[in-house]
Design a protein around this ligand. Sequence first.
Ligand SMILES: Nc1ncnc2c1ncn2[C@@H]1O[C@H](COP(=O)(O)OP(=O)(O)OP(=O)(O)O)[C@@H](O)[C@H]1O
Ligand code: SF4
Ligand SMILES: [Mg+2]
Length: 320
Amino acid sequence: MSLLEVKDLVKHYTRRKSLTNNLKLIVHAVDGVSFSIAKGEVLGLVGESGCGKSTLGRLITRLEETTGGEIYFREEEISSLRGSKLRLMRRNFQIMFQDTSSSLNPRWKISPIIEEPMLNFGMAESFRHNKCLELLDLVGLDKSDAEKYPHELSGGQRQRVNIARALALEPALLVCDEPVSSLDVSIRAQVLKLMQRLQQKLLLSYLFISHDLAAVSNIADRVAVMYLGQIVEILPAAGLEKAGTHPYTRVLIESVPVPDPHRAGALLRPAVRGEPPDPSNPPPGCRFHPRCPRAEERCRIEKPGLRKFESQHYAACHLL
Ligand SMILES: Nc1ncnc2c1ncn2[C@@H]1O[C@H](COP(=O)(O)OP(=O)(O)OP(=O)(O)O)[C@@H](O)[C@H]1O
Ligand code: SF4
Ligand SMILES: [Mg+2]
């Protein structure tokens, strides 16, 4: 049984064409996305900036209303829940953002920050206090950190506080939206390791969002590749470098930094050519066709659907 399943999820925003032009444009941020996440599974989500990753994260945690489609949590349809039912359901999901400074209230000490979600659910003070100390220990912080303010901690420690707060209500699913991108390179690996350890210890499910295909394939069980509001390929993370077949996935794989034996540091292979198209005017047929090195006439007209290749491998391309 899936923990979470989404079917044909759609999110359209409307925006004005420009400051001087009142014409309304429809932004196709998420456009017909379906996938599932099992209990204890990490699903990685990658794609260029603006392809709809964060929107998808906000939709499944019910921070935003959907335009269409269905969301099932433990087989219960939750996209239409409202009021107290929604509030109770949302205990099961937490979302973690990239920016460690703005996500913590600078005027609050760490203990009320971690305890806030429990307070919102009416939990007693002594319970909250003990749980807070337990959570600090779980994420590798000291009990004395409870009395500090966010500015007294490093970026890595602040992200540990975010993790502790996200775990306070014992959620089943964590949406991790670029959780380490704002951190110093030297501490990214430590925080990623912690997230991995917690996921295994608490049997959590993650939707792990990142630009960095290499980081995602390290932590994820499966990876979904998103392009302009749609999933174009979904496959097991192990062996992804060889198994990824969609032309867009191939470009992402080939853009990953590779070691250069003649120079210190890394060399970046060329990324996808051209600018991403405008989500308020997506191309017809295959949305990737204006930038695809393998595009044919048919790709400009006919939209490819996700097809199954192997038990956990799906891709949307006419040529596969
Ligand atoms: N509240 C909003 N109103 C209008 N358009 C929005 C809104 N939120 C997102 N969008 C648009 O929806 C599209 C998807 O945005 P989203 O933030 O989900 O992308 P992303 O993949 O998370 O990008 P990034 O990697 O830069 O974080 C973008 O074109 C964005 O401008
Ligand atoms: S359907 Fe055509 S344009 Fe789209 S990815 Fe496949 S080859 Fe490229
Ligand atoms: Mg984003």
